[in-house]
Design a protein. Structure first.
Lengths: 335, 335
DNA sequence: CTGTTAGCGCCTTCAG
DNA sequence: CTGAAGGCGCTAACAG
């Protein structure tokens, strides 16, 4: 039924070693016999079995990627960066959604390892001791992608979330705002949650603005939660003149809540966030936001992983990509 | 270095066959020896090698999915549906972007087949003779996911794009519109392009409205192209009172072009589209659109694929999922 | 430049 | 209920 390397060898009148060589582009084959082999392959419709090859060579040319949620535009963008580079280096990716849930993450890491991936790209929530444990038992390189980790002995690529948030809030402060609310993610989330919240507090502190707990709401990153949070702020007797949202999507929800009250953005209230997802320029007013290079984060992590898999030495295994304030239309001066 | 089934066998004082049995949950093992084996596994930190298993059993419990572009929200949603169901049935997915490019599609299909996937989910552009050819050489089931194919001898799941478009345009007609423009995708794209365009023409014809070529522009599905197309329509001496966009994203671009001219949606011009991506309710006015159940398309295709892989018999291998008009705020009556 | 020979780690009859 | 033995299809020395 299935045609193997052995069949090709017989058909071409050579040994299987020779067939293996031509299939693997080994230069040590006379052009004439190479041709013979190719013809036999063609004639028989031979297709190399990558599983057998993987068992024999101990390399699968596939990498595992655990991602929170592929249907989230931000992560999907990262994934595309990963896949493009993987493809360039002839790797395939096994994609697993884990929703930043620890149990799920550990589970998929293990099945990925069972499948003998040559490397692992981990995009998740907090990196716990259990994660470290699982990583240690892996005999393949791992790089954290868009996920924070303290210890610094794991390879990683991300932006500096705290600094990004800091820059966003400072942009507001520079416009004269002093009453600045924040729509945060859960503080359990190290990067999009805690770090961005820290950046907010830091910018406030540095500007001598006292932190006001009632000006912070925790959202779940979705549009509706941003809209809800904003409604809450609008109902305050002393409503803020500006709001910093941890993500674009919540910011857009906030903008619409403001507009639905008959108020203007940025005329009455300014809105800024972090992400620069494609949606940021697809709303009116267009969103001023701190850009985080999602595609590049994916691409760079994958590139780093290929180096690690080839045992090339890398000088810097913790890379922090730059972020950048993108000024559009949602921020104005304080009145 | 790596601990194998053989090591476990020795450690537990049984044969490798027995270890294999307990690892695979074969009931024919005495509880006592099962326990011994589990302890040995624990002690040694044994992790089954799925590649070896795959070679021996000829099953990899992984399916290939070729997708146009994972960073496109629509496809990302499908992908999530696929992965959720795959996960439920203990399959993993190898994800390949192919951008609806024939060459790329054929290439990844072949590498996926080399990797011995147990099944293939194909989401692409046109299904050419070459595709059929590649599919024929596969010894595993294949299901087309959100991609049209005439012959009807391939398993598939999708919506009826022509009918969806027809319904959208008819919704406009019911509001009294007779001058209806269309922002189409490329006609080379069978589903999102050609079929939706056909639905548009059909609805027009049925309502006795003569088709006007100058009222159709081809976009590339992106926001900007929708905005461009709309600007073109706005410059017409006889500008349309309504526009049907093949996708949400282009519709949003169109809305903004209208608003940027100081015109109102739907007051001056109505806009409708097909997709119902999450963005549809994240713009103002919220978009009236024909919903296409992306997640379900993914989930149902994967479910169908599992059945095919298990050789269960399926009564209907061509499934057409229902679409539905979602009325929001972007359509109004003709003046 | 080419062939021979061992495995890679596991599943799967077939006996017992 | 358990063990022995023969592959799965290919790579990787090692000879020649």
């Amino acid at each position: 039924m299935t045609v193997t390397i052995y069949d090709v060898a017989r058909e071409a009148g050579v040994s299987m070693a020779t067939v293996s060589r031509v299939v693997n582009n080994n230069p040590n084959v006379k052009p004439a016999t190479r041709k013979k082999v190719f013809e036999a392959i063609e004639r028989l419709g031979y297709r190399p079995n990558a599983v057998a090859r993987g068992l024999a060579s101990k390399k699968t040319t596939t990498v595992g990627v655990v991602i929170p949620d592929i249907s989230n535009a931000i992560f999907a963008e990262v994934a595309r960066g990963i896949e493009d580079i993987a493809n360039m280096y002839h790797y395939n990716i096994i994609l697993c959604n884990a929703d930043k849930k620890k149990e799920k993450e550990i589970r998929v890491i293990n099945t990925l390892l069972e499948k003998q991936v040559d490397g692992l790209l981990f995009m998740g929530g907090a990196v716990t001791e259990e994660h470290q444990q699982a990583f240690r038992t892996a005999n393949v390189p791992i790089v954290l992608c868009a996920t924070s980790e303290e210890s610094g002995n794991l390879a990683s690529v991300d932006i500096d979330h705290e600094a990004a948030a800091y820059d966003a809030v400072q942009a507001l402060i520079k416009q004269g705002h002093t009453s600045i609310a924040m729509i945060s993610g859960t503080l359990e989330d190290p990067s999009n949650g805690y770090a961005r919240f820290s950046g907010y507090k830091k910018a406030l502190a540095e500007a001598g603005i006292t932190y006001d707990e009632s000006l912070v709401r925790i959202g779940n990153y979705r549009y509706e939660s941003g809209a809800d949070a904003m409604r809450y702020f609008l109902d305050l007797e002393q409503r803020p003149t500006a709001v910093f949202s941890a993500t674009d999507e919540m910011a857009i929800g906030a903008i619409h809540s403001i507009q639905d009250r008959g108020l203007q953005v940025p005329g009455d209230i300014s809105v800024i966030s972090v992400d620069n997802s494609r949606m940021a320029s697809m709303v009116r007013p267009q969103l001023t936001t701190v850009a985080q290079p999602m595609y590049d984060i994916g691409a760079v992590s994958m590139r780093l992983l290929t180096k690690l898999m080839k045992k090339e030495n890398v000088d810097q295994a913790q890379v922090v990509l730059p972020h950048e304030l993108v000024v559009r239309q949602s921020v104005g001066g304080s009145k």
